[in-house]
Design a protein around this ligand. Structure first.
Ligand SMILES: Cc1cc2nc3c(=O)[nH]c(=O)nc-3n(C[C@H](O)[C@H](O)[C@H](O)COP(=O)(O)O)c2cc1C
Length: 518
């Protein structure tokens, strides 16, 4: 035995390395059958797998240039991080964008900016920027709602995001006077920290689900009555990353807490079908909306990604004829995010935001309906310049999902679907989310929203207006290669925006239905 140990102790360190390499080579060539590359190129073949694994991180940190990455490039991410931390978010030396690039947008500034008086609401608060329209005003809902912020948190459920992330977002919207959309997973205790909430549900009816998996009006009414911070209801028809795609929530993921919140059984797979069971065509959907509005008194809207327009045309006809229908429509772009979706859907199904929104707005405008609907846009709009374009096209508010995630620490690792999110934002792992301090992160979300609003107000003033709802299509141009050829939005998308009946920022401040007060 001693001579055996003596033999091993005489092997030098490089001898050990050699032995390990020989063992790996034997395994690669003779024992494993799964990987052709490591069979054909023993040992070195492993390098390929290692580099493939760390490639995205290496590219993100060392190789990709500032404007290269998608969905959000380094400059965009950096702007959100700096804004959220109230750090210097300026850039020096001038833009690093190619401003002659195809589809680059220009905002036409006025010769002299809009001037505010000493007592103007924005002289008192540089970040005060409420929605210029009131949700539910046209349909005379019992509890109309004017969002106190034009930027708000888009639908993301507890389940796709961690408890700590949801808590941070909710506390953040409270500080910023914005609203927090629950996403499809029901209303959780983490959504209940004082911020205005838009309760959102899809085909799974989580949180308002009857025993047979259908929709329960009784549960919705109780939910709204016991949680007065719910200001509106959003029915999800589809989202840009996966329109028309149902989903399965695996039983293994359904803990007692999740089951309670969603109204499902512990440990049992739950299917969200592609279609709603509460309605099966457009007239039934309008009835459903009206019943919910009547039972709860709240404004009711729909969220969808846009593709074909025939059913939207039917909806517009019904709205024009009956005076009924959704109080708000959230248009999500094909570039929108998700917790998990097949790439074939995320890459190809539904139109990018500008195409989808312009098609839809024009359709409703042609029926004389644009004034009575609050239009909400989502799809990488959480940057003041892009938001100015969206306002020129007719949105009244924007929703942000991934930008909000980044403001509370998301690093765009793009592994939300694996439960291994390193920043603790999109995971249910207790260990990973323990790194999130909701008090600090809520301040970050609020600061991002405030900085965003301040910069959008500054762009608005530079364009000669008081509120971004006053932007016209002709105020923004989109580059099609030469200024002679670059087209104003109205000529590109072929409509003029319906003017929003805006009087003054002071009137919005004095509005009875202004949210964010509680
Ligand atoms: C993690 C995650 C979860 C989401 N969950 C939902 C959801 O439950 N319902 C929904 O309609 N959209 C959902 N979305 C889509 C967003 O609400 C939003 O429409 C989309 O990401 C576009 O906004 P963004 O570009 O600011 O991220 C989710 C997005 C993300 C990133």
């Amino acid at each position: 035995m001693d001579s055996f140990l003596d033999f091993f102790s005489q092997i030098s360190w490089w001898g050990w390395i050699l032995i390990v390499l020989v063992l790996v080579a034997i395994r690669d060539i003779f024992l494993q059958k799964k990987h052709t590359i490591s069979h054909n190129f023993p040992i070195v073949g492993h390098l390929r797998y290692i580099l493939e694994k760390f490639g995205p991180e290496l590219r993100q940190y060392f190789v990709a240039n500032n404007r290269e990455e998608l969905p959000f490039n380094r400059i965009e991410r950096g702007w959100i991080y700096a804004s959220a931390k109230k750090e210097n978010n300026y850039e020096g030396f001038g833009t690093d964008r190619d401003i002659y690039a195809h589809h680059h947008i220009f905002i036409n500034n006025a010769m002299m900016p809009y001037q505010i008086s000493e007592n103007h609401p924005n002289a008192i608060d540089k970040t005060f920027l409420p929605c210029a329209k009131v949700m539910g005003a046209f349909h005379k809902r019992r509890k109309p709602y004017r969002p106190a912020s034009i930027i708000n948190v888009s639908a993301m459920s507890f389940g796709s995001l961690s408890a700590k992330a949801i808590e941070s977002l909710n506390k953040g919207v409270k500080i910023a006077g914005a609203y927090h959309n629950t996403g499809e997973g029901g209303l959780s205790p983490y959504h209940s920290h004082g911020g205005d909430v838009i309760f959102h549900f899809g085909t799974g009816y989580f949180g308002v689900r009857a025993a047979d998996g259908g929709f329960s009006m009784e549960k919705l009414v109780t939910l709204v009555e016991t949680n007065p911070f719910i200001k509106a209801i959003e029915i999800k028809l589809s989202q840009g990353a996966k329109p028309g795609k149902g989903g399965v929530l695996p039983g293994a993921k359904i803990t007692h807490e999740l089951a309670n919140i969603r109204g499902v059984e512990v440990g049992k797979d739950v299917i969200s079908p592609p279609n709603h069971t509460a309605f099966s065509n457009v007239p039934e959907m309008v009835d459903f909306i009206e019943k919910i509005a009547e039972a709860t008194g709240l404004p009711v809207g729909i969220k969808a990604a846009i593709g074909k327009l025939d059913q939207w045309g039917e909806l517009a006809d019904i709205m024009a004829e009956t005076g009924k229908g959704p109080d708000f429509i959230t248009v999500d772009g094909g570039e929108g995010g998700t917790g998990a979706a097949p790439p074939s859907f995320a890459d190809h199904v539904s139109l990018p935001w500008v195409y989808g929104f312009s098609d839809l707005y024009r359709l409703f405008q042609n029926k004389g309906l644009s004034e009575r609907i609050v239009f909400i846009g989502s799809g990488k709009l959480g940057f003041p310049g892009k938001a100015a374009m969206a306002f020129a096209m007719g949105v009244d508010c924007i929703n942000v999902a991934r930008e909000a995630m980044m403001s509370i620490g998301c690093i765009q690792a793009q592994i939300c679907h694996t439960n291994r999110c390193p920043s603790g934002v999109a995971t249910q792992s207790k260990w990973l989310q323990n790194g999130i301090d909701p008090t600090l992160k809520s301040e970050r979300l609020a600061q991002y929203f405030k900085t965003f609003r301040k910069e959008l107000i500054e762009i608005t003033h530079a364009t000669g207006y008081e509120h971004p709802c006053q932007f016209k299509m002709s105020d923004v141009e989109i580059n099609v290669d030469d200024h002679n050829l670059s087209k104003e939005l109205n000529k590109t998308y072929m409509y003029e925006k319906t003017p929003v009946p805006f009087t003054s920022m002071q009137d919005l401040k004095d509005c009875l239905y202004l949210g964010g007060k509680n």
